[in-house]
Design a protein around this ligand. Structure first.
Ligand code: SF4
Length: 382
């Protein structure tokens, strides 16, 4: 039994019609519950929940304060390579895009890491495309070993690996895995990934489970908003998060909600997500997953990030560069996508403080994970 079996119980068309059929009474019932069931979550994602957004936001805020206090974990991505053999239609690193390509040598990685360390970061996310001829497990393990003395947490956002690959990462000092399914809709997934290893929907879908089995203590998932219908994608993301938290409870789970940004290739979102819809899905996910980290990256504008902070966000990137080598030197290669919030890490920290929160640079996650029951998901939740 894996999440592949679980998701098959919820065909895409059926999910959308069930969500769209929810009423105001369903939303009110969901808002009165401590723990949401699948149908309650659907109600909060439905058009009928739109008039209840303020109530949802208030509840999401209170729940987050209760579970996380006023802490916002700071992290930064470190792009190691933009080589990629995949054809993801929406990505600037797509193999068919004629853009400058670069894979950092180990001394360049050390320089990039030192810049991020000097800016205060102790949590970093190593990012690459999928190009096995240039970037493989040994390269990533070596990169992690070279910089692990600088950071309390190193996560990877790279191609999906076998469980043995994730074990190799753990041994090298990697403790976290972020992997987005992009879209949970299998048909759309095939359309968006016309060639390359990434075409394998199931192998990607089950990567978080392999990572959990390998002992990675932090797992991050999400869907790329703009591909499928946001109500359906958010539903599957929540379902996936519940599944992982129940079966891999030793790993702390986080959910991201990356909205598509302009990128090389000019792909336009198929289902744009408005700010209001964006707020709705964040609140719904928080109410479903009281203990999950919710991650907000620099894809979003400074104004929106500032305003969304109190809704349930627990982790933020800042001062991000989405091309390899762009921290220590001039950006010479193409960005994966254009960021929207280009404030420095210090400016974001100041904003966080001004909102009554505290920017946390060191590994507070470790203490959080030491709680006796990080996930108290009951069987009734599904
Ligand atoms: S999304 Fe990832 S796998 Fe797809 S083209 Fe971009 S870098 Fe490659």
């Amino acid at each position: 039994m894996s999440f592949l079996d679980e998701i098959l119980k919820y065909p895409t068309d059926e999910v959308l019609s069930r969500i769209e059929a929810k009423s105001g009474a369903d939303v009110e019932q969901a808002l009165g519950l401590e723990r949401l069931r699948v149908d309650d979550f659907m109600a909060l994602l439905s058009p009928a929940a739109a008039p209840y957004l303020e109530t949802m936001a208030g509840k999401a805020h209170r729940l987050t304060r209760q579970r996380f206090g006023n802490n916002i974990l700071m992290y930064a991505p470190l792009y190691l390579s933009n080589l990629c053999t995949n054809g993801c239609l929406y990505c600037g690193f797509n193999a068919t895009n004629k853009v400058p390509r670069q894979t950092l040598a180990f001394d360049e990685i050390e320089r990039e890491a030192q810049v991020l360390y000097d800016r205060g970061f102790r949590h970093i996310l190593l990012v690459t495309g999928e190009a096995p001829h240039a970037v493989n497990n040994d390269y990533l393990a070596e990169a992690a070993q070279r910089i692990r003395h600088l950071f309390s947490s190193i996560a990877i956002e790279v191609y999906p690996m076998e469980e043995s690959g994730y074990r190799q990462m753990v041994e090298a000092g990697v403790d976290g895995l972020t992997i987005y399914q992009e879209t949970y809709d299998r048909t759309l997934y095939a359309d968006m990934h016309p060639f390359g290893r990434k075409r394998d929907y199931s192998f990607r879908l089950l990567a978080p489970e392999r990572g959990g089995a390998a002992g990675l203590r932090r797992i991050g998932i999400g869907a790329l908003l703009g591909l499928g219908h946001f109500r359906v994608e958010s539903f599957y993301t929540g379902l996936h998060a519940l599944y992982l938290s129940r079966h891999y409870w030793r790993s702390h789970l986080s959910v991201s909600f990356p909205r598509m940004r302009p990128a090389e290739g000019g792909f336009a979102p198929l289902h744009p997500v408005s700010d209001r819809e964006f707020v709705q899905l964040i609140c719904a996910l928080r109410l479903l997953l009281p203990d999950a980290g919710l991650v907000m990256s620099t894809r979003e504008s400074a104004t929106l990030r500032d305003n969304l902070l109190p809704l349930g966000i627990t982790q933020m990137s800042a001062g991000s560069c989405t091309s390899p080598g762009g921290y220590a030197g001039p950006e010479e290669s193409t960005r994966q996508f254009n960021i929207d919030d280009d404030r420095s890490a210090a400016e974001v920290e100041e904003m966080i403080r001004s909102k009554g929160y505290e920017a946390v640079w060191k590994d507070w996650d470790r203490a959080f994970l030491d709680r006796a029951t990080p996930y108290a998901t009951s069987d009734a939740a599904l």
